[in-house]
Structure formats: C-alpha cells, structure tokens
Design a protein. Structure first.
Length: 123
C-alpha cells in the first residue's frame, strides 16, 4: 500500500499501519496532490507524489477501504511506485485516488503532505 497523507508516519492515522511492514519511501509519478482540508487527495496529472510503502494484510486493507470512503470518496487503484533508495527499483502497489471533482482546492505542487503541513503550521 502506498500512503501519502494522514496514514504516513507521524500523521493522525498512521497507527493503523503500526503492525504492517514498512518498505520505504517512494514516489508516484503522473499524479497531482491537492489539499482538501483535513487530508490530501491525489488525481492523475503531470506531477509526482511522495509517500510511504507498506505491506498490509486483508484485514488492514478492509479497514483502510472503510476509512478512505471506498468507493464513494476514493478508489483503490494499482499504481507503480519508484522507491527512493533505488534509482531503478519500481514496485506495484495500491494507492487511494480521489474519485470526485476537485474544485477550488490548493494544489500541493511538490507533492509531499508532510512538508506541506510543516510549512503550513510554521507560518
């Protein structure tokens, strides 16, 4: 599972993944990240998103689907992630992609929710 927002380390929902194996940091290309207020959303586009990769079991996946509002708010999609610690190593993973229109929301150009939230709170 590729997580990019409130499920990342240090964020409010990361405890759900506490029993899961952390693989590493990764980049998802061809997606854009937007600030929806309490959480981010990604949609296909000409950008990149930074996040974390985890191995999750079926029970955790079911819980994550519920939390992410699948299939009405987000849809779980297979994506290709490039691991940050390897220039060429790519993995297939699931990510939650927003399935509604994004209107009047702030684009997070660098695609990193952690950096964005830190800069938001330091102002």
């Amino acid at each position: 599972m590729f997580v990019y927002g409130t499920l990342r380390k240090g964020q409010c929902r990361n405890s759900i993944l506490s029993c899961c194996e952390f693989i590493g940091l990764g980049i998802l290309y061809h997606f854009l990240m937007y600030d929806l207020g309490e959480y981010p959303a990604i949609i296909p586009g000409n950008g990149k998103v930074k996040g974390e990769l985890y191995v999750v079991n079926k029970e955790i996946l079911k819980e994550l689907d519920y939390i992410e509002g699948v299939p009405f708010l987000f849809k779980r999609e297979k994506v290709c992630i490039r691991l940050l610690n390897s220039e060429y190593h790519q993995l297939e993973a699931y990510a939650y992609v927003y399935c509604n229109k994004i209107q009047n929301k702030l684009l997070i150009e660098h695609g990193d929710w952690i950096i964005y939230k830190k800069s938001f709170f330091s102002e």
